[in-house]
Design a protein around this ligand. Structure first.
Ligand SMILES: Cc1ncc(COP(=O)(O)O)c(C=O)c1O
Length: 483
């Protein structure tokens, strides 16, 4: 039988990937037929693409919301659809979000203030007072926590500040915060200003983990630095997945090491939540924060999530800054100005949350209830390994003047990355490649000088998306006139 028709043993491939090994790809792996055979493989976690609004190529170019024939038309084949590999920045819109928002607007329009407490039959949303709790329950499964350890509130940077206000208590010698050498700017500013807030000097109180080989940080070196600095560390705050390289840090090992040395450890999970399997409770992470607009698909600037381990949250010793929504729900409206903290992470709330925001989040989380993080991760491991395999083939076919046109800077061990591959292009290629991707309806994120971040998201991206992307990408690498 021709190799062409032999489907891959996806179960064996996923087992290898989970053990850190690369699967064997058939010789026709680069063909659309092979990609479609994986998309149609019923023994493998399927895409939830039909739950999402996937823009067409024509819609991606629109500058007005007034429809014309092309922008109004639905995609009649996968060729008309854009290729969206930017879920690491903003996830696609789940169709459920529209239904949930309509329900909210109808509730508000019908019973106005009654929406706070009145359950409505045939509504996907709970009364407003219960909606943050409902979102916490849905996020708990995604990050491996008890619902009482989760809160949906504010936005990511604000939550990092709130957590540091509660957990960063510098004293004399123990004044340092350990973070990575190149945190996302907002994390850097938050850490820097928290240190300044305590009257300390960030130059002396920030302890930076450096990469070992250009972009990646080894667990070994992080543990060594923790040992060296243990006497002076008041807090460790690291990214679950580093936004630039896509490296997934060994959260359980690093957390256990910090705990053995009595150092509080918090994680920024912006790029990890909804992307990789997490067990925040079992790993005994002290706190974690994430946004919900990336892999959780709740929309631009959506309400964020935070985790506080039950060992801290349940006794509420750490609630630093109080507001009426941190007060226990059972007596919140007595208005007696005697603060009774809500047990668990929800005691960290201050204001009443935006119901539009919570409605979007509840809608987007309803899609997660149709699957599991184990299935999503299995799909993701294979999807990203497929992208890596095709990129590697492209790099070796297109050597120019003895150099590869690009290198993948994300870890090659699948256990230490999520969906994203960061591709570092030779600098002179960036402009032409970006233009070619854009004109062919590909959306992925570019960071100067030459990084493109390619993130096939297991919920809505397909193997066909990956294959079509690679065809466009390889053509874009060819010198002008040879395409
Ligand atoms: C790692 C990381 N930290 C912080 C932020 C900032 O988040 P926000 O603007 O929601 O506070 C982002 C945004 O993309 C991020 O990727």
């Amino acid at each position: 039988m021709d190799d062409f028709f032999v489907p891959m043993d996806t179960a064996a491939a996923i087992t290898s990937l989970r053990q850190g090994q690369k699967p064997q790809w058939p010789t026709n792996a680069h063909t659309l037929e092979f990609a479609r055979s994986l998309d149609n493989n019923t023994r493998f976690p399927r895409t939830l693409r039909k739950e999402f609004v996937v823009p067409t190529k024509a819609q991606l170019k629109r500058k007005t919301l007034t429809d014309d024939a092309t922008t109004a038309a639905k995609a009649s084949s996968s060729d008309d659809e854009g290729i969206y590999f930017c879920g690491n920045s903003l996830g696609l819109q789940p169709k459920a979000v529209g239904d949930y928002l309509n329900a909210y607007l109808k509730t508000w329009g019908s019973i106005a203030v009654g929406g706070h407490f009145t359950p409505m039959t045939h509504s996907p949303i709970t009364p407003y007072q219960d909606l943050a709790g409902e979102c916490a329950r849905r996020m708990a499964d995604i990050v491996g926590a008890a619902p009482s350890e989760i809160v949906a509130m504010n936005t990511l940077t604000i939550n990092l500040h709130l957590m540091m206000a509660a957990f960063y208590k510098p004293t004399g010698k123990k004044h340092k915060i350990m973070c990575e050498w190149r945190p996302f700017p907002s994390d850097w500013y938050a850490i820097e200003s928290q240190i300044e807030w305590h009257g300390l000097d960030p130059k002396k109180s920030m302890c930076l983990v450096k990469p070992d080989d250009g972009y990646l940080m080894t667990t070994e070196n992080i543990l060594k630095l923790i040992d060296e600095e243990a006497d002076e560390l008041a807090l460790i705050m690291l990214p679950g997945i580093q936004y630039y390289s896509g490296q997934l840090l060994d959260i359980p090992t690093i957390t256990a090491h910090a705990r053995q040395r009595g150092i509080i450890i918090g994680w920024d999970l912006a790029h990890a939540a909804g992307n990789v399997e997490l067990k925040l409770h079992d790993w005994e992470v002290d706190f974690a924060c994430w946004c919900t607009y990336k892999y959780m698909n709740a929309g631009a600037g959506a309400i964020a999530g935070a985790f506080v381990h039950s060992k801290h949250g349940d006794n509420n010793h750490n609630v630093g800054l109080k507001g009426w929504y941190g007060h226990d729900k059972s007596s919140r409206f007595l208005m007696d100005n005697k603060f009774v903290p809500t047990p668990g992470a929800q005691g960290f709330q201050c204001s009443n949350p935006s119901i539009v925001d919570l409605t979007c989040l509840a809608g987007s989380l309803s899609v997660f209830q149709k699957t599991s993080m184990t299935d999503l991760r299995s799909r993701s491991l294979l999807l990203t390994a497929y992208a890596e395999n095709l990129l590697t083939q492209i790099a070796s076919r297109n050597i120019q003047n003895g150099d590869f046109p690009f290198q993948i800077i994300s870890p090659s061990d699948p256990r230490f990355r999520g969906a994203q591959l960061s591709v570092l292009l030779q600098e002179d290629l960036m402009e032409d490649v970006s233009a070619a991707l854009e004109s062919n309806g590909v959306v992925c994120d570019k960071r100067k000088p030459g990084i493109i971040r390619v993130a096939p998201v297991p919920m809505y991206n397909t193997f066909e998306d990956v294959c079509r992307f690679m065809q466009i990408f390889e053509k874009a690498l060819l010198p002008k006139g040879e395409e």
